[in-house]
Each structure stands twice: as structure tokens, then as C-alpha cells.
Write a protein that binds this ligand. Structure first.
Ligand code: FAD
Length: 395
């Protein structure tokens, strides 16, 4: 009799694990609480699925046990993954910066091809089936793989079930925090700028010290800020908030200007266009709502016409270093991923098997491994799912 495997969770890591187990001739059943599998794959990368990254290193991941991912990445990194996707006709488009997408540019292709392939290999899909206890499954199946993901995006199936299952076998949990998530700002002015978007440089300050600066999109919202630059600093911001540290961001609205150049520009336009108000000058540089926000912050009337050097310097300094206090993240529901999770020091890094319970495996985001933006989170889901399958099938 071939060995039997129960996989809990039909997301990224569960599907890939199921495919490699079934390819090796094992009897595989996926238990999925949702009415269909792969809900996060379907929405990923804004519907395009940033499926992996060509430049995978352990430094792209955050964990209390940073070396844990190294073996998985060495065994099933970009090249091995691409060899697999090529073999099933799922071709990749690799961008210059290393981010990879399906050639179709549609996340649907990934979900469909994985599911069809798994079905063709005989994988049984038990959808609409939430597992509440894995002990009975361990009695019934030779192996159990927990691939339940993280708390992120509860509307797509995100929960902490993996941690609950692990705790039942004595595993330790690293406290979870939302990552790749929007940030709330303690500023009514920022909220009023909701809808305004620009390309800016964002600096994260933790306990008033510069932690990192990122260039990218920033979108003001009615609670704070979103956009790629914000998601990229959110991991460090979220951990700092969890540790009760002071978190601020400084937004440079015009990264290509020095303070002197901007101040001179404001003075120059004011001189050339004497009928222009201060607001007229600022809307030549930033979106209207942001221009209004700058004036409100500096308590200036938008009708000001006389601009001296002192005032133009003050405006320039604000626009290039506008500080906001971050009071919380937008929470797990809106986060793309979650940091923290099952402590990987109690998991075999070469097999993903629990060091507390034989034949029990944990893969994907339920573990204390979170990647940065750019396809890294899927990369770990694939690699960890592969290692578990390889060990179960002993291929
Ligand atoms: C909006 C969004 C966009 C993203 N975009 C990208 C991207 O472009 N690139 C990237 O690398 N990463 C992206 N991610 C992150 C990526 O989706 C996850 O890291 C990845 O899906 C994790 O895989 P997983 O298998 O661990 O968990 P999941 O894919 O979340 O799968 C877990 C599955 O387990 C099921 N489940 C949970 N509990 C139970 C239970 N008790 N019984 C039965 N079933 C259960 C869930 O319903 C779910 O289907 C994105 C995430 C979101 C939310």
C-alpha cells in the first residue's frame, strides 16, 4: 500500500507539497476550509502573482532563527522551481530586478495549473472542510502536513490554526505581527489627504533613529498611508510597534530636490508669477490635497502671496522631511503576510518535520518565516512544501 498523506490547507505550500507527494505515488488528500483552494494565490501580486524571485537569499527573510531558510532555498530555489514550472507548462516572466510572474501575467494560471495537475495525479480535494484537530488525522494517515498559512487576510482563509495545532504537540510560538501592511498615522492632516498619491522617499524612524529609507509609491488614506514604499518598511515598523517602541515616518515629497533647490524654486516662481498664491506654487510640485496639507500643517493661508527666503526655506524643509507618528498597523486582515509563528528551532530545516512529533510536518507561512515583498513569501511556501514532500516520499 502506498503511504497516505493528509495535507491541511490547499494554499501555496499545501498544493505544491501535494503535487510532489502524489508524483511520488503517495495517496494524498488536501483538506481545505474554503470552498476552493488557492485563494491567496488568486489575489496575489494584484492578480498577477509575483510567484518567486530569481535572487533568493536568507537575507530576504525575517525569523527568530534566520538560518532556517537556507537549506530550503538551496534545495528548491529559483532554478529548481523554474524547472518544475517549465515541466508543467507554466512559464515564467522574470523581470530585471529578479521578480518572477507567470508569463500569462495572471495569477489564475498558477492556481488552475497546480489544481489540474494535482487532480491528474490523483490528489483528493476535500474543500469546505475545516480541520479542528489533527490528532485523529495522525492516526488515520501515515503523514500529516500542516499548511494552514498565517493570520494575514482572514477573508481569504487566514487564521492561527497552524499555531494551535503545533501548540497541541508542545511547540513554542513566536508572537505574530502583521507585515507588508498599511500604517495608521496619528495626524488629522494626513487623513484629509486621503486619495493623494505620489512617488516619495519614506524614512522609518524607530525611537527617533533612522532605520531605513525606501523610494516608492505612497498613497494617503483616511487612516494613514499605503503604497509599496509603506509596505516595504512595514515589517520593521510592525515589530517596533509590537515592542512598544516609538515609530515615526518622515516623508520626502520631492526626493529629487535639495532643500536649497526647492526653496530657490519656490522663490523664483513667486517672483515670476506675482499673481500666484502659495497654493498655486505648491500644486506645480505635488497633488492638490498634499499642497493643502502642507499649508495647513504650517498654519499658512493658501492665499499667501508674499514669500520671503525664511518662509520658502520653512516650506522646503517640511516638504522634504515631513514627520508623522505611526500609531498602529492596519492589522492582520489587511496584511499580505504575518511575521512570527511556529518557532522553527523545533522544526527540522531539512525536512520540515516536527522535532516534537514524528510524521507531522509544518510548511509555509504558519512557520516563523516571513519574506520581504518581491515573491519571497511564495518562494518559501514552494521550498518548504517541496522539502516536506521529499522527506515523506523519500525521493
Ligand atoms: C493580497 C495578498 C497578495 C499577496 N501577494 C504575494 C505575491 O505577489 N508574492 C508572494 O510571494 N506572496 C504574496 N502574498 C503572500 C502569499 O500569498 C503567502 O505567503 C502564501 O500564500 C503562503 O502560503 P501558505 O501555503 O503558507 O498559506 P496559504 O496560501 O494562506 O494557504 C493556507 C490554506 O489553509 C487553509 N486553512 C487554514 N486553516 C485551515 C483548517 N483548519 N482546515 C482546513 N484548511 C485550513 C486556508 O483556507 C488556506 O487556503 C500575498 C498575500 C496576500 C494576502
Amino acid at each position: 500500500m502506498p503511504k497516505s498523506v493528509a495535507i491541511i490547507g490547499g494554499g501555496a505550500s499545501g498544493l505544491l507539497c501535494a503535487i510532489f507527494c502524489a508524483k511520488a505515488g503517495l495517496h494524498v488528500t488536501i483538506f481545505e476550509q474554503n470552498n476552493k483552494c488557492a485563494k491567496k494565490i488568486l489575489v496575489s501580486g494584484n492578480g498577477r502573482c509575483n510567484i518567486t524571485n530569481k535572487h533568493l537569499t536568507a537575507n530576504d527573510f525575517f525569523s527568530d532563527n534566520p538560518d532556517f531558510v537556507s537549506y530550503a532555498l538551496a534545495q528548491f530555489g529559483f532554478e529548481e522551481f523554474q524547472k518544475f514550472t517549465n515541466s508543467i507548462g507554466l512559464l515564467l516572466n522574470v523581470l530585471d530586478d529578479g521578480r518572477a510572474y507567470p508569463l500569462s501575467n495572471e495569477a489564475k494560471s498558477v492556481a488552475k495549473i497546480y489544481e489540474e495537475y494535482a487532480k491528474s495525479l490523483g490528489v483528493i480535494f476535500e474543500t469546505d472542510t475545516k480541520v479542528n484537530d489533527i490528532k485523529p488525522l495522525l492516526n488515520k494517515y501515515n503523514n500529516v502536513v500542516v499548511a494552514t498559512g498565517s493570520r494575514a487576510a482572514s477573508h481569504l482563509g487566514g487564521n492561527a490554526d497552524g499555531e494551535m495545532f503545533a501548540q497541541a504537540f508542545g511547540h513554542s510560538i513566536i508572537p505574530a505581527y502583521p507585515s507588508l501592511v498599511q500604517l495608521h498615522l496619528n495626524s488629522k492632516i494626513a487623513h484629509k489627504m486621503s486619495g493623494a498619491k505620489l512617488n516619495a522617499e519614506v524614512t522609518l524612524l524607530i525611537n527617533h533613529k533612522n532605520e531605513m529609507s525606501i523610494n516608492g509609491d505612497v498613497l494617503f488614506t483616511n487612516y494613514g498611508v499605503s503604497g509599496f514604499a509603506i509596505l516595504d518598511i512595514s515589517q520593521a515598523a510592525s515589530i517596533a510597534l509590537q515592542n512598544y517602541q516609538a515609530v515615526d515616518i518622515s516623508i520626502n515629497l520631492l526626493p529629487h530636490f535639495s532643500a536649497q533647490k526647492l526653496s530657490t524654486h519656490i522663490m523664483q516662481v513667486s517672483k515670476n508669477m506675482p499673481e500666484f498664491t502659495l497654493l498655486d506654487i505648491l500644486v506645480g510640485l505635488v497633488p492638490l490635497k498634499i499642497a493643502n496639507g502642507v499649508l495647513e500643517y504650517l498654519k499658512l493661508s493658501n492665499a499667501v502671496r508674499t514669500i520671503d527666503t525664511k518662509l520658502s526655506k520653512k516650506i522646503a524643509n517640511t516638504m522634504l522631511n515631513w514627520r508623522f507618528e505611526v500609531n498602529e498597523t492596519h492589522g492582520f486582515r489587511h496584511a499580505e503576510v504575518s511575521g512570527g509563528g511556529i518557532d522553527t528551532r523545533e522544526i527540522n530545516p531539512k525536512t520540515m518535520e516536527s522535532l516534537k512529533q514524528k510524521n507531522l510536518y509544518f510548511v509555509g507561512e504558519c512557520l516563523d518565516v516571513v519574506g520581504r515583498r518581491g515573491g519571497f513569501n511564495f518562494a518559501f511556501a514552494w521550498a518548504s512544501g517541496y522539502l516536506a514532500a521529499k522527506d515523506i516520499a523519500k525521493v
